[in-house]
Every structure is written in structure tokens, then in C-alpha cells.
Design a protein around this ligand. Structure first.
Ligand code: MN
Length: 321
């Protein structure tokens, strides 16, 4: 039986369905969870529960419509995990993962990360897909389920974000064909993207502080964000989600990384033009992602992390030269 028919059967046979996306959710992660909720709703009278262990950034709330996410793990028998390379991205509480509570559950893994560790009974993992939303859209297409305007907007935002507005190398004919179909379903790209990209003043002030820290060395760009900058610009961490793209857009920058000071260590976003595989590099530090875009969380301060990652990147570039 193919994966899709298996998924439909599992959905039909489950009583309590939990759809979960990763912590610090991005637009694709949220949109993938929401579109899955539409999918489940098509087959079940009872609505699924949506779960994310961190708060939903306010800039994405317009996508939620009738849905809300819970932050406490409820009772469930089926877990559909989206846009997450492994279960620790979903359940940040490692005690929960160790507690064997998941052993009795059916787990479905829908993802497009290269670093996906193949968890779950049913895996729909497509590395070549631009986004998790692209994979889920194709399910609707194959199942011939109608995509209404509000769902089309959700899909469009997810694909738009993960392709950097149809700019990154993961932009394919497939993703653009889907975008065109979504426009046919009622999406107005101009006004929708305006809503999606709307910045707060504090977020823009934060960007100016972060851009002030840019350094470029041998084709590698680096910049950072401290808790103090957040405080001084009255911004929030999610405001800095796409800052790294400013760095990677600079002429002659081949690899870039953006460090953010967190309560326990540093979070790092990496981008590459293809000269090195940043997923491979990130995995050495317990992170991962895609070949051209990846992330790391380490328990070191910004300065130490910066030196260490810069050395690792320069070494990798040299090796590939
Ligand atoms: Mn994604």
C-alpha cells in the first residue's frame, strides 16, 4: 500500500490525533501543522489537537483562523509530526522522550529535512521538497481534496517562507506550479505577502543593531544578536528569524552564520551558497537542517561559539577548494 493510503487509513482508525510542529516554529512548520489539521478534518468529525511546545510568534497568528496550539502534551494515540528532523525538535522536554510514553503511540513523520532521522512508523520524508507544505499540498492534490482560499493562503505562506520568497535554490518548477495553483484557489500574493512580511518597528531597530556587528572574513559572513540588543530595541527573538538572509545576500559572501544569545548558550543559523554542506557541519555540533541552510544550538557563549564555528567553516571551505 502506498504511504498516502496508509496515512488515510491510520487517520481513520485513530481516536485522538495530535499534530505537532517543532519548537521555535517557523512559517512552514506552522503552516504544515495547520494544513494537516485540514486534512484530518476532512476524514474525521472530531478535530485534531495542534501542539507546539513554544509560543506561536504573533506575526503568524493571522494564519491560525479557527485553530489554536496547545503547549501541554495532551492524551493522544496518533502523532503526526511535521517539519521536524527528529522527535527532540517536537518534545523539547527530554524527560518526556525518555519516559517511554511514546512507545504505545503511532507516529507519522512528514518532513523535508536532510537531517531527518527516520523516526516513526510511517515516514513521508522528501528531501527534494522545498517545504513541508509542498509535501502536504501534494497529498491534497493526489487525494483530490479541494483547497479553499484560507487553506491556500496557509500553503502559500509556508512555501513562500521556506523558499525565501521563491528565491532560494530549493525553488523548483514544482514549488512554482503549486504557487500558481494556489493563486487559482484565491491567494492574492501581494496582499498576503505584505501581511506575512510586515515588520514591527522594534524588529527593524533590532535589525539595525545586528547589522552593525557584521564581519566578513575570506568569504564568510558573521553577525550576532545579544539579549541586551533585544532589551534595548524592545524586540523579541522571533523578530530576528530571517536576519541571516541579509548576511548571505552580500556580494562574495559564500557562507554565513548568525549567532543569537539565548538563556542557555547560543543558537546559530547557517547559510551556504553550496561551497560547503552546512547540514553536515551543523550535525557535528548536534544540529542539522539542509545542505544550504542549517541550525545549531550549543551551550557556549557567543564569542567562543563564533570562533569555533568560523574555524570549522574556513577549514571546510579549504577542504572543498
Ligand atoms: Mn520547513
Amino acid at each position: 500500500m502506498n504511504c498516502l493510503r496508509q496515512l488515510v487509513r491510520i487517520i481513520k482508525n485513530s481516536k485522538r490525533i495530535l499534530i505537532a510542529t517543532h519548537f521555535d516554529p517557523d512559517c512552514d512548520g506552522l503552516s504544515a501543522a495547520l494544513s494537516c489539521a485540514y486534512l484530518v478534518k476532512h476524514f474525521k468529525r472530531k478535530k485534531p489537537i495542534l501542539y507546539c511546545c513554544s509560543p506561536i510568534p504573533s506575526k503568524y497568528r493571522f494564519l491560525l483562523g479557527e485553530w489554536k496550539f496547545v503547549r501541554k502534551i495532551p492524551e493522544f494515540d496518533l502523532l503526526i509530526a511535521v517539519d521536524s528532523a527528529d522527535l527532540s525538535r517536537i518534545f523539547s522536554d527530554s524527560n518526556y522522550l525518555r519516559s517511554a510514553k511514546l512507545d504505545s503511540k503511532i507516529i507519522v513523520n512528514i518532513d523535508h529535512h536532510k537531517s531527518n532521522d527516520s523516526f516513526g512508523e510511517l515516514r513521508i520524508v522528501k528531501e527534494e521538497a522545498s517545504s513541508a507544505c509542498e509535501i502536504i499540498y501534494q497529498m491534497f492534490e493526489k487525494l483530490r481534496i479541494k483547497v479553499d482560499k484560507s487553506l491556500a493562503e496557509i500553503f502559500y505562506c509556508g512555501i513562500y517562507s521556506d523558499t525565501g520568497g521563491f528565491v532560494y535554490p530549493n525553488t523548483t518548477k514544482e514549488s512554482l506550479d503549486i504557487a500558481a495553483a494556489l493563486i487559482e484557489s484565491g491567494v492574492k500574493p501581494g496582499s498576503l505577502v505584505k501581511k506575512l512580511n510586515a515588520k514591527t518597528l522594534s524588529g527593524t531597530l533590532l535589525l539595525s543593531k545586528v547589522l552593525n556587528t557584521i564581519e566578513i572574513k575570506n568569504g564568510v559572513g558573521v553577525m550576532y544578536l545579544t539579549q541586551d540588543m533585544l532589551k534595548r530595541s524592545r524586540a523579541r527573538m522571533p523578530d530576528s528569524e530571517n536576519f541571516v538572509s541579509f548576511l548571505q545576500a552580500i556580494k562574495n559572501v559564500r557562507v554565513s552564520f548568525f549567532l543569537r544569545e539565548e538563556r542557555e548558550g547560543t543558537r546559530i543559523s547557517l547559510r551556504s551558497d553550496g561551497v560547503i554542506d552546512v547540514d553536515k557541519l551543523a550535525r557535528r555540533y548536534g544540529g542539522g537542517g539542509h545542505r544550504l541552510a542549517a541550525g545549531i544550538k550549543i551551550k557556549k557563549n557567543i564569542d567562543t561559539a563564533k570562533q569555533e564555528i568560523l574555524r570549522a567553516i574556513l577549514k571546510e571551505i579549504k577542504k572543498n577548494a
